[in-house]
Each structure stands twice: as structure tokens, then as C-alpha cells.
Unconditional design. Structure first.
Length: 238
């Protein structure tokens, strides 16, 4: 399954949600498969799809820029030595300019043959590199914060998802306060919503390239991320 984690506005936490979703989905898969991931169903991989403003951990070796410039195979860019398996993106302007956006869908398809979930950390805005993950995705998680500007941008991406016939599994209302307006979000977006509370432990874990389940599994935010992963897991079974 190809899952686009998108939202429109920058800084709403798409990368954090994508990274932690991968860790939670892998935990669910291990629980279902007897505590191991098989070669034919290798859990999840996160693709840092923000070609100009990469946010996920970087590493040495080929990255998404190299793959999209036909300098590397998609699987050569996979980094599986960390807590979350990912395809990092380069951080140079030259690398972004050399990338062929139209090759993104082929990259996702190649990875999907190995991984059960290909989670795409989509860029902000409404450019082609946002629409391509949505066009390729089986479903999406739309990330927004309660602020009006974030909600307005997320609604525009929701409209784009409808145009591209991309399913919407959940809306993640990130950095929600103590009384999140999830019912209003459900009404506006036409999809179930999960509130993700503001969390310093989550921000600290992300800064250090760790999922919250590894650093602070007792934190309330971990329960919310587990609920979001449960919903995505259910969507993948439909």
C-alpha cells in the first residue's frame, strides 16, 4: 500500500507523523506475524518525498535525488540500519534540479513490491511534487494543526485528493489542545480524525531520529499515534 502523508502547510508535523507511523505499523506487523517481518512482507519504508526541503534523517550513500536522476536503483537508496527503514532525500539544490519528478511513481511501485507500506512524507504546498504522491497513493493521512491557516491549506489538499481520486484514511489533528475539535474536523474534511496532542517528548525524539515508541512509549502522544496506525492498518485491509 502506498500511503501519502500530506497536508499543504509546512511545519504542521508531516515528517514526524510519517516517521512514527512507520514504527507503529512495523510493531503491528510484528505482532501479527509472530514478532518477525518476512522477506515477502517487509513492513514499512518511509520515503522523504520533499525534494527541496528534506526533513527526515539523512545518511551516506544514494538518496532519492540519485534515484530520480537515474543514478541509483530505489532499493539501493533504502536505509534499514536505523529504527525506521527509510529512503532519505538529498539536501542540495543541484540534486533537486536533477530529479525527474515523473519517475516518482515508478519509485513507489518498485518499493511496494518489497514493502507492505510505502509511506511518502509529502512536501508542503500545491506543486506537482505534492500531486504526484497523491495520484500514486492508495490512501492518505492528511496532517493539519488547529490553526486556521493550516486548516485552510489542508482543505485545498483535500480537494486535490478528491480530484486525483486518492482515498483519505484519516485526518491527523496535530498539536491538538486539551479539547480538540475533532468533530468539526470530521465535518469539514469528510473523514475520521485522530487528535495528536502537543508533546515535547515527541519533538525531542524526532530531533534525535527516534520514534516515540522507542524513547517514551508511556507518553500520552504514543497512544494517539498507535490509534492512527491502527486506523491505517485497517485501511490497508479494506
Amino acid at each position: 500500500m502506498i500511503l501519502a502523508v500530506t497536508g499543504g502547510k509546512g511545519g504542521v508535523g508531516k515528517s514526524t507523523i510519517a516517521y512514527n507511523l512507520a514504527a507503529e505499523l512495523d510493531a503491528l506487523e510484528r505482532a501479527d506475524s509472530g514478532n518477525s517481518l518476512t522477506n515477502t512482507n517487509a513492513g514499512s519504508v518511509v520515503v522523504d518525498g520533499d525534494l527541496g526541503m528534506a526533513d527526515l534523517p539523512s545518511s551516506h550513500g544514494p538518496d532519492l535525488h540519485d534515484v530520480l536522476a537515474d543514478r541509483a536503483d530505489p532499493h539501493e537508496a533504502v536505509r534499514g540500519d536505523g529504527p525506521v527503514t527509510l529512503v532519505p532525500c538529498g539536501r542540495t539544490l543541484a540534486g533537486a534540479r536533477s530529479a525527474d519528478l515523473q519517475a516518482l511513481t515508478d519509485v513507489f511501485a518498485a518499493l511496494e513490491r518489497t514493502y507492505r507500506w510505502v509511506i511518502v512524507d509529502s512536501p508542503a504546498g500545491m506543486h506537482a511534487d505534492v500531486g504526484l504522491p497523491l495520484a500514486a497513493a492508495d490512501t492518505a493521512v492528511l496532517v493539519t494543526t488547529p490553526e486556521d491557516a493550516a486548516l485552510a491549506d489542508a482543505l485545498r489538499v483535500r480537494a486535490l485528493a478528491r480530484e486525483l481520486d486518492a482515498g483519505l484514511c484519516r485526518v491527523a489533528l496535530n498539536r491538538a489542545g486539551p479539547n480538540p475539535a475533532t468533530e468539526a474536523v470530521v465535518d469539514r474534511f469528510g473523514a475520521p480524525a485522530v487528535a495528536i496532542p502537543e508533546s515535547e517528548p515527541l519533538a525531542t525524539a524526532q530531533t534525535h531520529g527516534q520514534p516515540i515508541r522507542e524513547t517514551a512509549p508511556e507518553a500520552p502522544v504514543h497512544d494517539s499515534l498507535e490509534a492512527l496506525a491502527d486506523a491505517v492498518y485497517s485501511c490497508s485491509s479494506v
